[in-house]
Ligand binder design. Structure first.
Ligand code: FE2
Length: 456
């Protein structure tokens, strides 16, 4: 939290108070005609700072911001709250129908994905996804026709060869995680239980051609915190070993290997390399301390190279700058790859690591409101700075040509001069050049979490 305040919803995370619909947006540059679809992004946006979820960044009601691109035009911008029962009630609307797992009805705030021609806002820790309409209205919660036996996951990974969507679901009431596979038609085709002690938090995972890679790290459900009324009752647990689970996609067998205690929210990518498995993550060095979300240190882009036969793990640093929200060309999910994209945004670290002195030591040009393109083959980076107050969010790559970086990087960037956001479209091969197009939105888009380009 920002020091001296009781809410993390300040600065770039300040919520918006209105839902807006705007058509035919003003554009600087030229929107590539091949970009036909919607760029959507989810994030926490409490209805007011008095709301129950307003005390924690992970608990604010989800709001999805979307821009529809077609024929070189930005047809519309919409932002809509995800309407669970509580949000519907606050807005004076009828609740949407749908299943609820164990009373966990949450206005999914973490990610928004396309699946089987449908749109879903997703969240983890026991709640189901909410299905949204094409124009972001809430249809209702969804368990895929009864296919999900519990909640779902915020992060998913699509196997580009099979079209199957993989997820790892966790819940404090379970003695296992669930590995869930959904086919391209939206049918749940696999739910496998992976026994895990202590009910750890598992925000993301990784996929290779051979394995589902689970991060079993020492942040576990805390009854003490639950009894104290923390709404995110997870805490660092020294008694819980830090390990990575390689779940064979063929047999379901799990090979666990120990790693140095740390915390990971996000995967950049992973792949099989001969007998070894390479896993690239944004990694926090120390400890994640309870619901205050003080991670005790700034995150870096690191690589684990795992030998399943020997159990040995080699840990190397790909970039020592603080950064988050890693994305890549998802046509290469689980495969060897060369390029990654991340964001370095001061407001994110002010929430997760509110120690001013350490933040002030970090030079703006390498740290604040910067998008980074990583060339992992050469070990080099290109940095693109957006300046003060830009509140740069997650960079989403959209492939165009066959080459891995032949495509665009889309990102909401706050335009401080206008007091409103732009959708910036960069050429991934001209990362530091002029944007291909800048779509001028009519309102602010607060910093949030994750999003997707959903074609068509
Ligand atoms: Fe995430």
């Amino acid at each position: 939290m920002t020091p001296g305040t009781s809410t993390p919803y300040t600065g770039g995370f300040t919520p918006v108070t209105e839902e807006i619909t705007a058509f035919d947006l003003e554009v600087t540059g030229r929107i590539p005609a091949e970009l036909d679809g919607r760029y959507l992004r989810n994030g926490p946006n409490p209805l007011s700072l008095d709301d129950a979820g307003a005390g924690h960044l992970f608990l604010g009601a989800g709001m999805v911001h979307g821009v529809r691109l077609r024929d070189g035009r930005a047809e519309w911008y919409r932002n809509r709250w995800v309407r669970n029962a509580a949000v519907s009630e606050r807005l004076g609307e009828q609740p949407r129908p749908g299943p609820v797992h164990e009373g966990m009805d949450f206005a999914a705030n973490t990610h928004v994905i396309g699946l089987a021609g449908r749109t879903f806002a997703t969240v983890e820790a026991g709640a189901l996804p909410y299905e949204l309409g094409y124009e972001l209205d809430t249809i209702g919660s969804c368990d895929f026709g009864g296919g999900l036996p519990g909640g779902y996951a915020a992060h998913t990974h699509l196997d580009p060869a099979t079209g199957e969507l993989h997820a790892i679901a966790y819940f404090f009431g379970w003695d296992h995680h669930q590995h869930i596979v959904i086919d391209p038609g939206g049918n749940v085709t696999r739910v496998a239980r992976i026994p895990v002690p202590d009910a750890p938090m598992a925000h993301d995972f990784a996929l290779t051609e051979r394995y589902v890679v689970i991060y079993d790290l020492p942040v576990t459900f805390s009854m003490t915190h639950a009894e104290q009324g923390h709404r995110l009752p997870y805490a660092w647990n020294d008694a819980h070993a830090a390990r990575i689970g390689l779940v064979s996609r063929e047999s379901g067998d799990v090979r666990w290997v120990e790693v140095e205690p740390c915390w990971v929210f996000h995967t950049l990518n992973a792949y099989d390399d001969g007998d070894e498995v390479v896993v690239d993550v944004v990694r926090y060095p120390k400890r994640f301390v309870d619901a205050r979300l003080d991670l005790g240190g700034l995150p870096t882009l690191d690589r684990w190279t795992i030998n399943p036969a020997t159990g040995k793990v080699r840990q190397t640093r790909l970039d020592d700058r603080a950064q988050e929200f890693p994305r890549m060309d998802e046509r290469r999910t689980g495969r060897p790859y060369r390029y990654g994209y991340t964001a370095a945004t001061r407001d994110v670290y002010e929430v997760i690591h509110p120690k001013d002195a350490e933040l002030e030591d970090l030079p703006d040009e390498t740290f604040d409101n910067t998008l980074i393109k990583h060339d992992l083959l050469r070990g080099t980076q290109e940095s693109r700075q957006f300046g003060r107050g830009a509140y740069v969010g997650e960079p989403v790559f959209v492939g165009s040509g066959a080459a891995e970086d032949d495509g665009y990087v889309l990102c909401y960037v706050n335009n401080a001069a206008r007091g409103a956001a732009d959708l910036v479209i960069l050429s991934a091969q001209d990362f530091t050049g002029e944007p291909v197009a800048t779509v001028h939105l009519p309102a602010r888009v607060p910093l949030g979490f994750h999003g997707s380009w959903i074609a068509g």
